[in-house]
Design a protein around this ligand. Structure first.
Ligand code: HEC
Ligand code: HEC
Length: 340
């Protein structure tokens, strides 16, 4: 057990910088952490797509297959690469015929827990999400029925499909198996998880704990949007990136002016490896992200009231970053089950 004294001492050291009295109690007691479940939740599978290893294997095969794209040049993994936490390390990612993408490819870490998909939240299930890159002109640009046709004579895929769903590959098998593979991309063994869910109070170092307290404080409000075990409320928010946005965000779906430039709050899991950041990949490093929040963001009619200038000291910025780095799950990142 980490002695309470260490926490109290850090708090003492921080007290001049605004560490409030109630922080001297165990960090779990602070409001944001209190809302975490006592355990890391189990993945739920839809009834029509119950878990089986054969389904995962087929889905993984298809996730890495370039046969899904019209010119055979890209797979899901081209934009959602395991080594980048199933995100991309470029602001946008080209699709077929090198056609430029429009948004930053988000991480698929713990994607099976999301209640809806894409930044405007317009796609209700992971199964349906598979159709999005298929039909996008600048992603796969290949009708899913044509993709299925391509595997007709592929005896390996056909036998995998039989084993997984008891029938030849069709569009439902394709959508379901890929979604199945995605649901296995569970990250729950970061240092933060060991600290918060596995009772290992040594898992976080002093500066990381100081960062955790900043993250879960009313001073920064980070947890208000990046709350819960997956570091997102799945709400739609504007974080003041621009005064004028090129991308309309959730308004694209709802048409409502109040949804302009609101984006689904992204998870922060494995954030260290998913740079660049934001819907357009315009911020390259975590330091830039922290500086952005420190400034309070640019004024925009939809900007959340939770954002305001923070006046973080250089030490506090380092602590916040140290905390964000504790969300990297090395076991997840090195898991051979996820790799091609
Ligand atoms: C050319 C690049 C590209 C390819 C290929 C691609 N994606 Fe994506 N993916 C993206 C981008 C960009 C977004 C963000 C879309 C948005 O926010 O509107 C995205 C979003 C997603 C999301 C939603 C994430 C969230 O947080 O809501 C999932 C799930 C996903 N992709 C899975 C897949 C799967 C499965 C495949 C293969 C069938 C695939 N993607 C192929 C670029 C790509
Ligand atoms: C009002 C809600 C809100 C608050 C408060 C907030 N964020 Fe965010 N955060 C967002 C949204 C929305 C995005 C995505 C914006 C976009 O895509 O352009 C985001 C993006 C990020 C990203 C980039 C994620 C990625 O994958 O691109 C990081 C890192 C981040 N926030 C950290 C923080 C930290 C640290 C704090 C506290 C200092 C904080 N956030 C406070 C809503 C919020």
């Amino acid at each position: 057990m980490r002695p309470h004294g260490v926490i109290a001492l850090t708090c003492l050291a921080l007290s001049l910088l605004g560490c409030s009295k109630d922080v001297s109690i165990e960090p779990e007691m602070t409001i944001g952490l209190k809302n975490l479940p006592g355990h890391f939740p189990e993945m739920e599978f839809p009834v029509e797509n119950e878990y089986s290893e054969a389904r995962v294997q087929l889905g993984k095969f298809l996730f890495y297959s370039k046969m899904l794209s019209s010119d055979y040049s890209v797979s899901c993994a081209s934009c959602h690469a395991a080594e980048h936490g199933f995100g991309a390390n470029t602001a946008t990612s080209p699709g077929v015929f090198n056609r430029p993408g429009v948004r930053n490819a988000p991480t698929l870490t713990n994607i099976g827990y999301h209640p809806y998909f894409t930044r405007e939240g317009g796609v209700p299930t992971l199964e349906m999400q598979v159709l999005v890159p298929a039909q996008e002109h600048n992603e796969f640009d290949l009708n899913i029925l044509d993709a299925v046709e391509r595997f007709k004579a592929d005896s390996l895929v056909q036998s995998m499909s039989q084993k997984a769903y008891g029938k030849p590959l069709d569009y439902k098998v394709l959508m379901r198996s890929i979604a199945m593979f995605e649901r296995t991309l569970v990250s729950k063994n970061s240092a933060f998880d060991r600290y918060a869910f596995q009772g290992d109070k040594q898992a976080l170092k002093t500066d990381e704990l100081a960062g955790l307290r900043l993250f879960y404080s009313a001073r920064t409000n980070c947890f208000k949007c990046h709350g819960g075990f997956n570091f997102t409320t799945y709400g739609f928010e504007n974080n003041g990136l621009y005064e004028v946005y090129a991308d309309e965000g959730r308004k694209r779906l709802t048409g409502l002016p109040e949804d302009e430039a609101r984006y689904k709050v992204p998870t922060l899991r494995n954030i260290e490896v998913t740079a660049p950041y934001m819907h357009d990949g315009s911020l390259s490093t975590l330091d830039e992200v922290i500086d952005h929040y420190d400034s309070g963001g640019r004024s925009h009619p939809q900007k959340s009231e939770w954002l305001k200038p923070l006046h973080l000291t250089p030490m506090e910025k380092d602590q916040l970053k140290a905390f964000l780095l504790t969300l990297t799950d090395h076991e997840f990142m090195n898991n051979p089950k996820f790799r091609n």
